[in-house]
Structure formats: structure tokens, C-alpha cells
Design a binder for this molecule. Structure first.
Ligand code: SME
Length: 146
């Protein structure tokens, strides 16, 4: 996480386009850690839903409602949600049957939720407190460019 933190900071400092930065952050995390799915959902004000953003991995569902699934829960709770076993999470949205654990981190803009970073792993209980702290720090860097 320490090595990647420097890279992500430099990337966001050098490029002002948010979509480009989200795309590169997803690619960096995905390839460095070998996750199953790594990407972003943004809050779409018009529809009141999360809408799919830049990601790496298999095709995913485009829209998620407020409070729905792990992503919608992180949005509603305004907090990171770590799910050690997605099959035990009521309302989990299975975009792909290979996913077994998941972490979703809210991203803020002006005190409001802008979107979420969502990561899936085929391993059960993949996301530790270290992962949570590292990923939350990356999101903070991304927020500086929103
Ligand atoms: N599992 C998520 C849906 C998004 S996919 O994992 C990419 C959820 O329950 O919100």
C-alpha cells in the first residue's frame, strides 16, 4: 500500500480528469493485488442510484439503488462496509458468482457521497483492517481531485 500510495498521489497530482484517474486507480489496485473486480460506482443525482464507473474485471451491473447490496449499504451508512462472506450478506447483489468477499468505501465531495470504490475477491475474508486503511487512504487522495 505504501508503494502504491506514492504512485496514486503522483497520478492524481499530474492529471485533472477524474475519469482518467478513477480508471488508472482501478487498474493499479486490480493488477497489484489480483482482485476479482475493482471499480467505481458514482451517485447519479437524476436517478437517485449508483451508476457504474471505470472498473477492471468482468461485466458488472450498471445501477444499484440506495441501501441496496453492499455498495448501496455503504452509501446509506456513509461508512466503509467489509463483507467477509458475501453469501451471508442480506441483499448482496451478485454480479458474478466467483466473488466471495467484498469491500466498499464511500468517496466524498463537499461532504456528500460522490460514489464508492468497490472491490471483490474470490477469497473468503480477503479484506483486513490493513486493506481497509490502505484503500481509505487511496480514496482520500482521489477525493482531492474531485
Ligand atoms: N456486489 C455488489 C454489486 C457490484 S459488483 O460486485 C461489481 C453489491 O452487492 O453492491
Amino acid at each position: 500500500y505504501k508503494t502504491l500510495f506514492g504512485q496514486i498521489k503522483a497520478l492524481v497530482a499530474d492529471e485533472g480528469d477524474l475519469i482518467a484517474n478513477m480508471a488508472n486507480v482501478a487498474a493499479m489496485l486490480h493488477h497489484e493485488f489480483g482482485f476479482w473486480w475493482t471499480g467505481f460506482y458514482r451517485v447519479d443525482i437524476a436517478s437517485g442510484q449508483l451508476v457504474l464507473g471505470p472498473f477492471q474485471g468482468p461485466v458488472a451491473c450498471c445501477r444499484i439503488g440506495f441501501g441496496k447490496g453492499v455498495c448501496g449499504s455503504a452509501w446509506e451508512r456513509k461508512a466503509t462496509v467489509v463483507v467477509p462472506d458475501v453469501h451471508q450478506f442480506p441483499g448482496h447483489i451478485a454480479c458474478d458468482s466467483a466473488s466471495n468477499s467484498e469491500i466498499v468505501i464511500p468517496i466524498y465531495k463537499n461532504g456528500e457521497i460522490f460514489g464508492v470504490l468497490d472491490i471483490d475477491s474470490p477469497c473468503l475474508n480477503r479484506f483486513t483492517q490493513e486493506d481497509q486503511a490502505g484503500l481509505e487512504a487511496f480514496v482520500k487522495v482521489l477525493e482531492t481531485g474531485i
